[in-house]
Design a protein around this ligand. Sequence first.
Ligand code: ADP
Ligand code: MG
Length: 291
Amino acid sequence: ATPMSIISGVGRAAEFGVLVRDADALQQASTLDTLVFDKTGTLTEGQPRVVEIITFDPVNEQQALRWAAALEQGASHPLARAIVEHANGQILPQVEQFRTLRGSGVSGEVEGVPLLLGNAKLLQENRVTVSHELDALVQQQAERGITPVLLAANGEPVALFAIRDPLRSDSVSALQRLHRQGYQLVMLTGDNPITANAIAKEAGIDRVIAGVLPDGKAEAIKQLQAQGHRVAMVGDGINDAPALAQADVGIAMGSGSDIAIETAAITLMRHSLNGVADALALSKATLRNMK
Ligand code: ADP
Ligand code: MG
């Protein structure tokens, strides 16, 4: 039989805007030592904006934006939304042979020009030469917590889109609370390691696992578990569902994808990491009362 105090703990959690699936979820939550956070949309606002466009001759800013926005119209990534929004109102050219390259970018042909848009790794994998100057520029942006997205036309880099997705206003204080509760805090992201580390430093996160392909997120959780950790995964996206399922406790941020919410043991109704601190404190208090 489920002890009465756990049932009342589940009920009390709801008053905090924390939906706990069942008594077992609350029990599992009381045993964690490591919390893994998806970056985009969980630690950050998840609404990235283009803050700067740097172009290389002979392509100008307007041309680069038209091409990039045309490509990104077919993608659903938050970075794609940022670029399309930045071009708002413009009539965009048609795209032939559009492809999404999961975890790295998009490609297609616009006005007879073959285009590639994504991270530096994507360009390099497609034999686009990234010069030392461009690489230094990419690094400089990334060190400021910016995600650099590169556009190549005809196999040559022609533009860099500097895209910024700030931390949620209450992320830092919520993470401080979780630190005081004694958890190891980990960021898990497909973004590049330099940008990820810059944002992690700002957030007060201990450890970064970056450059992870969408399918690699669950594997990263498994590895932490193999090292003896009891792991919660906090995420909001469709990509996060396998990692939420692999974790000892999956925590979905409310207003995230339906798949994430279905998979999670705990769902936060408020879109705030303070809900994680509330939920875990409550799970411990409830289990302590039973002893
Ligand atoms: P995350 O959800 O953590 O951002 P993803 O695997 O979705 O991770 O993306 C990893 C990286 O691939 C992004 O940081 C970006 O550099 C690149 N990328 C993915 N999709 C796109 C896109 N549509 N346009 C530009 N870059 C993209
Ligand atoms: Mg996400």
